[in-house]
Design a protein around this ligand. Structure first.
Ligand code: NAD
Length: 269
């Protein structure tokens, strides 16, 4: 059994992860953590996740959570992720990170921790989105010279960062696959308002929709003068991300220290 600890256990992804771990044959919940003062502390993690009781109560003991685990899955907040990565490195426990919106300084702390432990870090854990990136790379290579490329993402109203980490990743995929047209920094256009002038041909438009309970949608449009190609991924629910994160744990626990992403896990490079 692979013992997995979950910080942010009462969150949307935390609860989904607990349910998916309980359903897995080779994994079990080691510990479930929320910060001091959180109203869910003391509750059974299974009941909180809407399944049968698991006999694991939510605690605020981050150190204990890491010490008792074979791996940690983190879907929390950027500042929590950066600190957690350092703790996991000190305790030599592999880490899977789904949290998005990290600053450069926080990202550097994660990279530094990955010198001591295997870390899988991906803005989107679904198999479908990682295949999507590959399709987008190929379509960009074939179309970028003549087609305008726009990315539109939609998420639930609770999401705090914008655009999504996945949209940023897709924009980077587009930029890398058409590098002769300029870097992402030179070409990115995050939304438009007012008299913005005609669209420069090499621009990469990135647009955000927020509302309701949308689990996550990304569309990449290749707009030509006579036709339009669209590639879309729609997550039906959060389980797809949780299943990907658990798959990443199974892979990570036997890897050497380093920073990996889902392409490494899925071997789709
Ligand atoms: P959420 O707000 O529902 O959950 C975050 C949880 O972290 C909360 O319960 C919060 O109390 C807890 N938390 C805060 N500080 C903590 C601490 N010090 N210790 C332990 N727990 C702490 O958010 P969510 O919708 O579950 O999303 C979490 C993150 O995951 C976001 O960054 C989101 O963008 C990202 N996400 C990534 C993927 C992916 O596939 N990579 C998929 C979905 C969401």
């Amino acid at each position: 059994m692979i013992r997995i600890s979950i910080p942010g256990a009462a969150g949307r992804m935390g609860r989904t992860l607990i349910a998916e771990i309980a359903a897995g044959k080779d994994v079990e919940l080691s510990a479930a953590v929320e910060p001091p003062g959180h109203p869910a502390l003391g509750q059974d993690a299974g009941l909180l996740a809407g399944i049968d009781a698991l006999g694991v109560e939510l605690t605020d003991d981050l150190e204990q959570m890491i010490a008792g685990a074979d791996a940690v899955i983190d879907f929390t907040l950027p500042e929590v992720t950066a600190t957690l990565a350092q703790h996991c490195a000190e305790k030599n426990v592999p880490l899977v990170i789904g949290t998005t919106g990290l600053s450069d300084e926080q990202s550097e702390r994660v990279r530094s921790a990955a010198r001591a432990i295997p870390i899988v870090w991906a803005p989107n854990m679904s198999v479908g989105v990682n295949v999507l990136c590959r399709l987008v790379s190929e379509a960009t290579r074939l179309l970028a010279e003549q087609y305008d490329i726009e990315i539109v993402e939609a998420h639930h109203r609770h999401k705090v960062d914008a655009p999504s980490g996945t949209a940023i990743r897709l924009a980077q995929v587009v930029a890398d696959a058409s590098a002769s047209l300029g870097s992402l920094d030179e070409r990115a256009c995050y939304g438009r308002r007012g008299i913005v002038g005609k669209r420069p041909p090499n621009e990469i438009g990135i647009h955000t929709v927020r509302g309701g309970e949308i689990p996550g949608e990304h569309t990449i449009m290749f707009c030509g003068t006579s036709d339009r190609v669209e590639i879309t991924h729609r997550a039906a629910n959060r389980s797809v991300f949780a299943q990907g994160a658990i798959r990443a744990v199974r892979w990570a626990i036997s890897q050497a220290p380093g920073l990996y992403d889902m392409n490494d896990v899925l071997q789709i490079r």
